[in-house]
Design a protein around this ligand. Structure first.
Ligand SMILES: *Cc1c(COP(=O)(O)O)cnc(C)c1O
Length: 372
């Protein structure tokens, strides 16, 4: 019996009539870019995130890039972020010409360690980009306080955290700006690429609307060096259907996560820690094991597909090999060696969770090493 890591098509069955309806609405409208579906989705998503404005853009990476550009960040500037994240967080920073400064993570929550930030601040620092990794918010209060002390922008990378909360407040409502991805496998996923920036600030909202649309203030009047990065009508219409079921689906992920954690208690692996301030949405369910690679092979032999998020920290990636003086990040590097993501998609039922957990629990590193 094969258990795939994720099967996104299985999640669409129950929504099929509503998705078809959305597609047909767009086809009938004859409007494919910057129309009423985008406008409606932006309103609905902003309200969902408990903020004022949502600006639909081409992808999560572009959302981060445009957010940084809206803050005026460019060559010569430094942006503090983490190395234990998806590459896009750093790419968006280096696209602007700024330099990413990586700080270590908290070894229990895998998100930015607020204590590590102060030492990384220099006169060139302009922004902090915490990542709400795996669907759990970074510890934002101390991060925001430190940013205020040093007059820095806070841009949340919320690409994995649609609907998560921090002390009861929604991910994305905590910094000056927040960026979301609607890549198909994210908790809120489109049927192609898509992303959004959200903010409470009317000036940043105006700036982002210019930047995503050729810097155009009115037709053929260009007042900023803009880009072409828009969430199209088809994606917006489909995302409205998905947004409707997001809470229900996040709840399902939480239930699976809770069951995994119960079943893995007392085993050799470390289940994820839920911080006291967080209500996560489990974009990933990530366990930790000193024998990660062997455990992954063992699960694979038993038909269970797992993934590693992420095997190589960004400061060790070849693309940034020439960037000088990256500090050592011991927690980040240990994580890259030890983390393993178990299947947690909303198509997973209770039986599947039990079978996966049972298999993880049955793994004995020494015995396995002998028989291998
Ligand atoms: C997915 C992801 C992104 C990038 O989003 P895309 O839509 O794929 O460009 C950025 N940051 C994190 C943490 C992500 O998981």
């Amino acid at each position: 019996m094969h258990i795939p890591f994720t099967d996104i098509r299985a999640q669409d069955k129950e929504l099929a009539p509503r998705l078809k309806n959305a597609v047909e609405r767009v086809l009938r409208s004859g409007r494919y870019i910057m129309g009423s579906e985008l406008e409606a989705f932006e309103k609905e998503f902003a309200a969902y995130c408990e903020t004022e404005h949502a600006i639909g853009v081409g992808s999560g990476t572009e959302a981060l890039f445009l957010a940084l550009r809206a803050c005026g960040i460019g060559p010569g500037d430094e942006v503090i972020t983490v190395s234990h994240t998806f590459i896009a967080t750093a790419l968006a920073i280096t696209w602007t010409g700024a330099t990413p400064i990586f700080v270590d993570i908290d070894s229990a929550t895998y998100t930015m360690a607020p204590k590590a930030i102060e030492a990384a601040v220099t006169p060139r620092t302009r922004a902090i980009v915490p990542v709400h990794l795996y669907g759990q918010c970074a510890d934002m209060d101390p991060i925001v306080a430190l940013a205020e002390d040093h007059d820095l922008w806070v841009i949340e990378d919320a690409a994995q955290a649609h609907g998560a909360t921090y002390k009861g407040r929604r991910a994305g409502s905590l910094g000056h700006l927040a960026c979301f991805s609607f890549y198909p496998t994210k908790n809120l996923g489109a049927y192609g690429d898509g992303g959004a920036v959200i903010t409470k600030d009317p000036a940043l909202n105006r700036r982002l609307r210019l930047l995503r649309n050729y810097g155009q203030s009115e037709k053929y009047h260009h007042i900023a060096e803009g880009y072409n990065s828009r969430l199209d009508e088809m994606q917006a219409a489909l995302l409205r259907v998905q947004l409707d079921v997001l809470d229900q689906r996040n709840q399902k992920r939480r239930a699976s996560a809770q069951l995994y954690t119960e079943l893995l208690k007392g085993t050799a692996v470390t289940p994820p820690k839920i911080a006291s301030y967080a209500q996560p949405v489990f974009h990933q369910y990530v366990i930790r094991s000193a024998h990660r690679d062997a455990l992954q092979s063992f699960l694979e032999e038993h038909g269970i597909q797992t993934l590693i998020h992420y095997p190589i920290p960004i400061h060790r990636q070849e693309v940034y090999a020439d960037t000088p003086s990256f500090p050592s990040l011991p927690h980040t590097e240990a994580c890259a060696r030890e983390v393993l993501s178990l299947p947690i998609g909303i198509e997973i039922d209770e039986n599947t969770v039990r079978r996966v957990a049972h298999c993880v629990a049955s793994y004995e590193p020494n015995q396995h090493a002998v028989s291998a």
